[in-house]
Write a protein that binds this ligand. Structure first.
Ligand code: FES
Length: 346
């Protein structure tokens, strides 16, 4: 393990990591915009620059590997000045409509602008304006707020393996493009929304439903399949307005389209909240006691007349493991048949 020094602190670190990783593992903060711990580094934003003894210019800590004896300083007057300059340039070409932006309160660019006192007027000049909006059903793509960090492209490729987007054009005209610049047409897993450091990518379903500081976060488990991804429900006025997942969960913060965007059923007025029994062609609302007694009576009558194997039970991947266990126990031990299966195997 190489011995390195960061900010006068001697550290033993693994040989195959970058300066940024070494700093993070030892609780030393270096600002970043384009880096994500689960994605390969691109070295695009230059916020993570540090001074390394023996190298005449600052280097990007996210792409520079540690070497034996390396001496690193993460903050000097020159480094902080360069970081501020980078932010001033980015924000000079940014809408700066934080008052109405969906990402306000949860925006890495806003946080850094605050920390470095960047107000967005230092370099007035040409601005990127994109009139056309993407008509896809889930993800609002506001390219004027895009800082071209490339995290959305990398997560789509390296985590999801879909490659629905990439950087198109060059220089000032660079932008994140879909195939033939048509509306986004992908799996809509929303990993790109999860890693976006600004308000460039936001969920359409959550628009104007509530600001970040207004919501209550409720940790829970996705009920869509047996994978059991950990999710965070963003709740306002007793309504789920957004689903996210934390990077420190076992699913590493990644979700599928159902887990991330398929939550509207929870507050749907069409949801059944009382049991119904069908009499002839009409459904009739009944109490739970009546419903249980009716179901038990019918199952018993069928078993008595035709035998237990005349009955079969189908459970659901949307139930928990415990519910599925209880259900198969009921069919096997209660009814007396092994005719039990699960929707994921149909
Ligand atoms: Fe290193 Fe962006 S985080 S260049």
């Amino acid at each position: 393990m190489p011995k390195i020094t960061i900010n006068d602190k001697e550290l033993l670190v693994p040989s195959n990591i970058t300066i940024l990783e070494a700093a993070r593992r030892n609780g030393i903060h270096i600002p970043t915009l384009c880096n994500h711990p689960k994605l390969t580094p691109s070295g695009g934003c230059r916020l993570c620059i540090v001074q390394v003894n023996g190298i005449p210019r600052p280097v990007a800590s996210c792409t520079t590997p540690v070497t034996e004896g390396m001496v690193v300083t993460t903050s000097t007057t020159e480094i902080e000045g360069l970081r501020k300059l980078v932010l001033e340039l980015i924000i000079s070409d940014h809408p700066n409509d934080c008052m109405t932006c969906e990402a306000t309160g949860n925006c890495a660019l806003q946080e850094l602008a605050y920390a470095y006192d960047v107000r967005g007027l230092e370099y007035p000049g040409e601005r990127r304006i994109y009139q056309k909006r993407d008509g896809n059903p889930f993800i609002e793509r506001d390219l004027e707020k895009c800082i071209l960090c490339g995290k959305c492209v990398k997560v789509c490729d390296e985590v999801q393996g879909v490659e629905a987007i990439d950087v198109g054009y060059r220089g000032f005209k660079s932008k994140i493009c879909t195939n033939y610049e048509e509306d986004l047409n992908c799996e809509f897993c929303g990993q790109c929304v999860a890693v976006c450091p600004t308000g460039a990518l936001t969920p359409k379903q959550s628009a104007k439903k509530g600001r970040y500081q207004d919501i209550k976060k409720v940790e829970t488990v996705c009920a869509y399949c047996g994978t059991g991804c950990n999710i965070t429900a963003h709740v306002k006025d007793n309504e789920i307005i957004k689903i996210t997942s934390r990077p420190d969960t076992w699913n590493e913060g990644w979700l599928c389209v159902k887990g991330r965007f398929g939550y509207k059923f929870v507050n749907s007025p069409d949801r059944l909240t009382k049991p119904l029994i069908r009499r002839e062609v009409q459904f009739e609302e009944v109490t739970w006691d009546e419903a249980f007694a009716y179901a038990a009576g019918r199952l018993k009558a069928i078993r008595d007349k035709h035998g237990a194997d005349a009955i079969g039970g189908l459970s659901s991947a949307r139930c928990t493991n415990e519910e599925n266990y209880a259900f198969q126990k009921f069919i096997r031990a209660g009814i007396g048949t092994n005719n039990v299966d699960h929707c994921a195997r149909l």
